[in-house]
Ligand binder design. Structure first.
Ligand code: PMP
Ligand code: GLU
Length: 396
């Protein structure tokens, strides 16, 4: 029998739906994928060229576990430039995507029984990663009518002597919320008072709209800096999800622990991708702004369409490329004898009936919602929203 550890985890709902959509496509069925968790743009050419050059130059061997020096230096420069933070290369570790870096961090910090506070809605993998470490996820709800802003009072109420860390993501997947500087300052003050770590997932840092600003909690104070592990990467900012490079910046002892773990797991991230990542951080940055502007147009369009659909409400969003329309008014309704009980049923119904894929909100601890990704062409978004509206109208 497989281990209890693995029996206890739920497979990734986001990746599961991607597999289903790909199967349908292989069967010749056209599905518009609004479930995608990656930018629909190509990787910029200068970055691809750096990857090709790395292969031509035989940069094809194991690297230092924590990543090549050039890349860790480029990451330090990025953290200084974008976040006003001073790190040295020994405080940086590079992994196979932010996802692996994050699980390395959680396994390094969390002992069985430790509690990890997670503001919800939250990304699917946080929950399972904490469980894999034997930790206990403790959810604190962010309110939909406050656009899912970080609720500091709720965090405060959830703190116990077993709280080891708060794990959060701003800009947020799935809500698109951008946590305010003020709320992050309050969070840092709580961390200092109650002595816990802050794990700050900043992978959507570059995708922010409406004049909102990204603020890194590590920049609050020396204390906050010393208890924060920043998780970031290149997947979303440079449209490089398949290259699998992420990084963490944090206290030396934590980074050292993460490197020990990685040394027995993957050794190092792909050498070729690491060289491409150096170019991503050090090369021209214009592609980010072009992508951001395109996403912003889509956000405004999709939000307007969702809000105009009978029975749907939708909180505003100022970051990432997701929205979480509230669809609970459809629960209990049915079509052709099939009753829609929850977000899983509604997601299935929309896939079967409208041929569009949206992730059930329950996977993100948002059972009243679906997650829609607007990482798709305007043409597809228009078609998909027409199909969604028509299918929802059939539910009685
Ligand atoms: N954190 C969040 C919130 C994400 O949505 C993702 C995307 N999968 C990741 C981390 C991991 O990104 P990657 O492993 O591609 O760097
Ligand atoms: N982060 C993306 C998402 O939430 C990619 C898929 C995944 O890694 O879960 O859809």
């Amino acid at each position: 029998m497989i281990s209890e550890r693995v029996r206890n985890i739920t497979p990734s709902a986001t990746l599961g739906l991607t597999t289903r959509v790909n199967q349908l496509k292989q069967e010749g069925i056209t599905v518009i994928a609004l479930n995608v968790g990656e930018p629909d743009f190509g990787t910029p050419e200068n970055i691809c060229a750096a990857g090709i050059k790395a292969i031509e130059n035989q940069k094809t061997k194991y690297t230092t576990v924590s990543g090549i020096n050039e890349l860790r230096e480029a990451i330090c420069a990025k953290l200084k430039r974008d976040n006003g933070l001073n790190y040295e290369p020994s405080q940086i570790t590079v992994g196979t995507g932010a996802k692996q870096t994050l699980i390395n961090c959680i396994l390094t910090l969390i002992d069985p029984g430790d509690e990890v506070i997670i503001p919800k809605p939250c990304w699917v993998s946080y929950i399972e990663m904490v469980k894999l470490a034997g930790g206990v996820p403790v959810f604190v709800a962010c309110k939909e009518d406050e656009e899912f802003a970080l609720d500091i009072e709720a965090v405060k109420a959830a703190i116990t002597p077993k709280t080891k860390a708060v794990l959060f993501n701003t800009p947020n997947n799935p809500t698109g919320a951008v946590y305010s500087e003020e709320s992050l300052r309050q969070l840092a003050a709580l961390a200092e008072e109650h002595d816990f770590y802050l794990i700050a997932d900043e992978v959507y840092e570059k995708l922010i709209y409406d004049g909102y600003k990204h603020f890194s909690v590590a920049s609050v104070s020396e204390d906050a800096y010393n208890r924060t592990v920043i998780i970031n990467g290149i997947s979303k900012a440079y449209s490089m999800t398949g290259w699998r490079i992420g990084f963490a910046a944090g206290p030396k002892d934590v980074i050292k622990g993460m490197n020990s773990l990685q040394g027995h797991a993957t050794s190092n991230a792909s050498s070729i991708s690491q060289y491409a990542a150096v170019e991503a951080f050090n090369g021209p940055q214009e592609s980010i702004e072009l992508m951001r502007q395109e996403f912003y147009k889509r956000l405004q369009y999709v939000l307007g369409r969702l809000r105009a659909m009978p029975g749907v409400t939708c909180a505003g969003s100022h970051g990432a490329f997701y929205l979480v329309p509230n669809v609970k008014s459809f629960y209990g309704k049915s079509y052709n004898g099939k009753v829609i009980k929850d977000s899983f049923d509604l997601s299935d119904y929309l896939l079967d009936e409208a041929r569009i894929a949206l992730v059930p909100g329950a996977a993100f601890e948002a059972p009243d919602n679906l997650r829609i990704s607007y990482s798709n062409s305007m043409e597809n978004l228009t078609k998909a929203l027409d199909q969604m509206e028509a299918a929802l109208a059939k539910l009685k």
